[in-house]
Design a protein around this ligand. Sequence first.
Ligand code: DX5
Length: 226
Amino acid sequence: MSAPQIQIVPSVLPADFSRLGDECQALEKAGVDRIQWDVMDGVFVPNLTFGPDVIAACRPLVDVPFEAHLMVVEPDELLPRYVEAGCELLIVHAEACRHLHRTLGLIRDLGASPAVALNPATPAVAVQHVLDLVDEILVMTVNPGFGGQDYIATMEPKVREVRQMIELSGRDIDLEVDGGIGPSTVAGAAAAGANVFIAGSALFRDPEGQAHAVSEIRALAEAARG
Ligand code: DX5
């Protein structure tokens, strides 16, 4: 199996919410592979963000795929809305789904790619019995709810464990990390086995611009994999 493709995916959480369409167009121009919408319900996490109509408004402005990171309790009812809004990949949290196996199947039935996220305290074994249902596993490297937090380096052994589970499964599953990813942290996550990198602050705060941040993080991830 060839090494999974490195993908740089911005979170729009740090974006200027009064210009989200322009911000998506700038991110596409900067060379990102996808755009992630951090959807928060104020219950699973102590923050509230994007409804499906906000995402739908931006969908026609760019060609890059959208993914929704659903930090939402019991997301089943909302899944069709985010697919209709134009999200091709839906990430649900193992901790937020009463019936995770069923929820992931619902996402596939809607024609979208299912993915499952693990909070820092949740062990890798929580996804052991749904590997056949997902196209991606997200290992959170911060506690969800806010951007600009410090990377939790103690998640790297979990990233390594999930990568081993994926390899043993023989399935083509992406391993995404999210939270505190930037030039000083991406190498550790890549060396541990991540291939999809969510970056919010690192992209929006790079003094040399977003294109520089994207290419720098991509190059550091490639180099760390050897
Ligand atoms: C937390 C969010 C953040 C965001 C990225 O719920 O998911 O991790 O996407 O934030 P930065 O890149 O600023 O740490």
